[in-house]
Design a protein around this ligand. Structure first.
Ligand code: NAD
Length: 412
């Protein structure tokens, strides 16, 4: 199976061809502009020493300063970070955000690090970044990093520069200049695009059934909003396995259960289902909101859903994408569906730079406007290109923007 970076490059080249994009633009985008790799030696709290591999990939800054995402997980790879950097580049274009695409990461297992070790690690990460600052590179959170990690990173940055600068880091707690609505933004965006796509397909969400893979920040926020429409969420899974209930799961109750036990398994009234079985369940809507490459050549034919909305980045491989397209399944691609987080990060930086902080209603309204526009642009480009997929439509739209910016800059 191709890795997620190869899948991203295949999508780039296919959309580039379909959209008649200048080959020099595609050539620039085959690899990141800059890859920083460094090793962080750390004396851990238990007295042992460990060296951690870290990356920051600056993919493309034709549209603006590099921005977003710091992933910490044990089997992290450079290719994964490169793919995410390219996705961020496209996502910013899709959502009309004047920013470049970047992603960073540290190969480490956060569950095995004490709070003190985690703090030392992320502070060292910020010290090593070159360049940094609100007009150069603005890291945000991703898997394995949350508000606390971003608060430590902001503090480190401000100690280095001797100035307060909330716009230098994203996904911070609100009290340090973070945006309201940030935590829920990606799930909310997935929900808004799901509703828009369902409407276009003539699918009544309130009378439909859905399956959600991943019950973290994205999956749980989406599931909450979806349930409020009357949609029956018949199955949910996490890394340990899944649960199924034909009559629909009570999402508020499931949240409480997960808060207590750490997993969806064992939720009263539900039967166990594996992550693999999940994709073949009878349902109208499928939302993969966990990890990449989970819908592949081996299981795509068994998917029953009519609509897939990609909460995760790269959950469908190139081969699976073709199989699903032939089956008539509509896929709202990651670069549109999960761009809500990047969009609110943009609002967060704007608030930091202006020192004016928005109320939740303004954040959610602006998010809705932007993500619906991103969905409409993708749909329009897909139609203009002769009825190609929404994924290709979104990428063509992004590539046209990058082509224009690169031409004006004299790069192509
Ligand atoms: P999270 O860590 O809060 O939750 C991830 C969930 O997926 C957990 O329930 C976990 O148990 C489950 N999971 C992990 N590995 C799995 C596996 N192999 N099989 C099944 N379930 C598995 O993460 P999140 O913030 O909800 O992000 C989920 C996905 O959405 C990721 O792919 C992330 O890159 C993407 N995403 C997140 C954001 C954001 O703002 N959080 C923005 C854009 C994209």
């Amino acid at each position: 199976m191709d890795n997620v970076f190869q899948v991203a490059i295949q999508t780039l080249n296919r959309a580039g061809k379909l959209g008649g994009i200048n080959p020099r633009v595609l050539d620039i985008l085959q690899e990141p502009k800059r890859i920083q790799q460094f090793r962080i030696p750390l004396k851990l709290e238990d007295g042992s020493f460990q060296v951690f591999q870290a990356y920051r990939v600056h993919y493309c800054d034709a549209l603006g300063p590099f921005r977003n995402g710091t992933r910490i997980r044990p089997d992290l790879s450079l290719d994964e970070i490169k793919a995410l950097g390219l996705f961020m580049t496209v996502k910013h274009c899709a959502a009309a955000i004047p920013a470049g695409g970047a992603k960073g990461g540290i190969k480490a297992d956060p569950s095995k690090l004490s709070s003190r070790d985690m703090e030392q690690l992320v502070r060292a990460f910020i010290r090593n970044l070159q360049p940094k600052g609100p007009w150069a590179d603005v890291p945000g959170a991703d898997i394995g990093t949350g508000e606390q990690a971003m608060a430590w990173m902001l503090d480190e940055y401000e100690q280095i520069t001797g100035q307060h600068c909330p716009a230098a880091l994203n996904d911070k707690p609100a009290i340090l200049g973070g945006s309201l609505g940030g935590e829920e933004a990606t799930g909310r965006g997935v929900f808004i695009t799901l509703m828009a796509a369902a409407k276009d397909m003539g699918l009544d969400v309130s009378g439909s059934t859905a399956v959600v893979q991943g019950f973290g920040q994205v999956g749980s926020a989406l599931a909450d909003l979806l349930m409020q429409t009357g949609c029956r969420i018949v199955a949910v899974s996490d890394v340990y396995g899944g649960i199924y209930a034909e009559g629909g799961l009570d999402i508020a109750g499931l949240r409480e259960h997960v808060a207590k036990t750490g997993k969806v398994e064992g939720f009263p009234g539900a039967t166990p289902v594996s992550n693999e079985e999940l994709f073949a369940l009878d349902c109208d809507i499928l939302v993969p909101a966990a990890v990449q490459s989970v819908i592949h050549q081996g299981n795509a034919a068994g998917v029953k859903a009519r609509l897939i909305v990609e909460g995760a980045n790269g959950p469908v491989t190139t081969e699976a994408d073709a199989i699903l397209h032939d089956k008539g399944v509509i896929i709202v691609p990651d670069v549109v569906a999960n761009s809500g987080g990047a969009t609110v990060c943009h609002f967060e930086r704007t608030q930091g730079l202006t020192d004016q902080y928005w109320d939740l209603e303004k954040v959610n309204k602006q998010l809705e406007n932007r993500i619906l526009e991103a969905y409409r642009c993708a749909a329009q480009r897909a139609a203009e290109a002769g009825g190609v997929s929404l994924r290709d439509g979104a990428w063509i739209h992004a590539l046209k923007m990058l082509e224009k910016a690169m031409k004006l800059r004299g790069w192509v």
